[in-house]
Design a protein around this ligand. Structure first.
Ligand code: DGL
Length: 262
């Protein structure tokens, strides 16, 4: 019932999932992608779990009703934490892939180390995160670092603004010199890697799960015999009526190399 020409639908609360879309496109350039950024409702990270669930279901419904979709990528840690189970139940035949903070990668790289996870309040308070922490716990010490306000500034295109630097300093200064790795547990944050790295210094490695999500999507499509071999295309949609948001999304999609990209 699905065909290889069908779309890979990707959504996030706004711009963040573009960092995952970049990894998907790099790994599978022949695919047709439709990306929905829900900027009108961003940020998801300070909402209630029920709100994030309802918004995620609405985003999935929009994408699957408007496009022939063969896979749904939840390119948002917050939406994955709150809604991946209900999305899988709602679309039992569809390939549904989420993103989680890259804690396993951090545990594997720094056994027994000191690890920070920078993420939204929702991601860090959901049971899924504690389960993830305990699943891989290699006697590491994990610091949860909620980062309210950071995604909002990225949505406003203020990645390098004085407000961003001040907010990051306020959040991260207590951890400078203390962490072996800092997991960027929100898909917006790869766009501000340079600023985070300059505060944390070279001894803290920054990690992100975008590549793992892209690999898992390819694995699932390959297994189902649904990998495409066409020319590939990308359609970007945004819930905000402000045309600036589509411009920003395109700029982030085609902009300079991110430090997580080879
Ligand atoms: N990009 C989203 C994530 O990965 C969250 C940003 C927001 O708070 O909306 O968690």
């Amino acid at each position: 019932m699905y065909t290889k020409n069908d779309y890979i639908a990707v959504f996030d609360s706004g711009m963040g999932g573009i960092s995952v879309l970049r990894q998907l496109k790099k790994l599978m350039p022949c695919e047709n992608y439709v990306y929905f950024g829900d900027s009108a409702n961003a940020p998801y990270g300070s909402r209630t779990t029920e709100e994030v669930r309802a918004l995620s279901l609405a985003a999935a419904e929009k994408l699957t009703s408007e496009f022939p979709v063969k896979a749904l990528v939840v390119a948002c840690n917050t939406a994955t934490a709150a809604a991946i189970d209900v999305l899988r139940k709602t679309y039992p035949d569809l390939i549904v892939v989420g993103i989680e903070p890259a804690l396993k990668l951090a545990y594997d790289s720094f056994p027994g180390g000191n690890l920070g996870v920078l993420a939204t309040e929702v991601t860090l308070r959901e049971e899924k995160f504690d389960a993830l922490m305990h699943r891989f716990d290699g006697n590491c010490t994990v610091y949860k670092i909620p980062a309210p306000g950071v995604a909002n500034l990225i949505e406003a295109g203020k990645n390098d603004s004085p407000e961003m630097i001040a907010l990051l300093r306020q959040l991260l200064t207590p951890y400078v010199g203390k962490l072996d790795a800092l997991v960027l547990g929100c898909t917006h944050y790869p766009f501000i890697t340079r600023n985070i790295a300059s505060i944390m210094g070279p001894k803290t490695q920054l990690l992100h799960g975008g590549k793992g999500t892209a690999r898992e999507t390819r694995r699932r499509l390959e297994k189902a015999g649904l990998l495409n071999d066409g020319d590939g295309s990308i359609t970007i949609l945004n819930s905000s009526p402000d045309p600036k948001m589509l411009k920003l999304a395109n700029a982030l999609l085609t902009g300079g190399k991110l430090s997580f990209e080879d």
